[in-house]
Design a protein around this ligand. Structure first.
Ligand code: PMV
Length: 323
């Protein structure tokens, strides 16, 4: 359990981890396994009873360039869904903060803040929720934001560390994967907006119309994700990087990449990253580069920044909260 989460047990605030999908965006929506890593950058939320009968909302969370602050109008439905799920009807003063920069998509910022919010409400009202109940409450909010999400984001935001994730009708399969040490990565923003819901729907149509293309890709992906789990556990970063490259190639074949993401991936690899791929919804948003060690991380980040992309240097920690 991280220091932040321990600290938050006694107060009216909570934290949730940002995330990067290292393997399996879109594949997880279809029920195939994915591997997600929680970041050591977190969203935080502070809640207190509102001094008036109205909700008060302030967004102090950092943003990638061009991303507007979140307003109460944008998140009212989501917040009220979670409060209704938790049986709370007291108007609240809600403040978003933390060090997780919010991009257009790809870092799990909605899930991080919804987990943080659920923890904060749990602490303020002394609800005694388990980690699983926090995860479920945040997922209620995620459904309002994303329509039909797999649940991978809120799971990473709740538990931290690396996870094997597989969507199931009833209980998702969530298995911690133990990396031997924190792994440095670079996230780069393509500057192109994307909406997960829209890309998921486009992919659904592509698969329906091109089963002869899609089926072998799914088969190949399943081998990639199993090898990736072993590579993480064995700390084989070269293999992990080459599997990320393979995952990117499979997503390209499924039409999920775009020229900006392919450009980031190329610069990162040319700069020495062990692997690079798009992460999240695709067709815009973020890419992730595997850069173990701060020296390589700085080198790859500098190369991407010089090419005009905004980056975040972060890590996937090797901690999990108690489940
Ligand atoms: O762009 P993000 O961070 O919301 O990730 C979307 C990942 C998908 O697999 C496309 C959707 C999902 O719910 O898993």
């Amino acid at each position: 359990m991280t220091k932040n989460i321990k600290k938050s047990l006694n107060l009216n605030y909570g934290v949730g981890f940002g995330k990067t999908i290292l393997f399996g965006e879109h594949f997880v929506v279809l029920g195939l396994p994915g591997i997600v890593g929680a970041l050591n950058h977190t969203g935080e939320v502070v809640v207190e009873p509102s001094s008036s009968k109205e909700y008060e909302f302030t967004d102090n969370s950092p943003k990638f360039p061009g991303v507007e602050p979140i307003t109460w109008q944008m998140c009212q439905k989501t917040i009220l869904k979670i409060l209704n799920h938790l049986g709370i009807d007291t108007p609240l003063k809600i403040t978003l903060q933390g060090n997780l920069p919010v991009p257009n998509s790809g870092i799990g910022s909605s899930a991080a803040h919804l987990v943080a919010f659920s923890r904060a409400v749990n602490n303020l009202f002394k609800l005694g929720l388990s980690e699983e109940q926090i995860n479920k409450a945040a997922f209620e909010g995620e459904k309002v934001v994303h329509g039909n999400p797999s649940g991978i984001d809120n799971t990473a935001a709740t538990y931290g560390g690396f996870f094997w994730f597989q969507r199931r009708e009833k209980d998702n399969i969530i298995k911690p994967i133990l990396n031997k040490q924190p792994i440095e990565i670079v996230l780069a923003e393509s500057g192109k907006k994307t909406i997960a819901k829209t890309v998921i729907e486009a992919l659904r149509i592509f698969i329906k119309e091109n089963p002869q293309v899609a089926t072998p890709i799914f088969e190949e992906y399943e081998e990639v994700v199993i090898s990736a789990k072993n590579a993480i556990e064995e700390n084989n970063m070269e293999l992990l990087g080459s599997l990320m490259n393979k995952n990117h190639e499979l997503l390209q074949k499924l039409t999920i990449s775009c020229k900006e993401l392919d450009h980031i991936v190329k610069i990162a690899r040319d700069g020495g990253a062990l692997g690079a791929k798009l992460t999240g919804a695709g067709r815009g948003g973020l890419a992730v580069a595997l850069t173990p060690g701060t020296e390589l991380q700085n080198k790859v980040s500098d190369a991407l920044e010089q090419a005009g992309y905004t980056t975040l240097k972060t890590k996937i920690n090797n901690n999990h909260s108690d489940k």
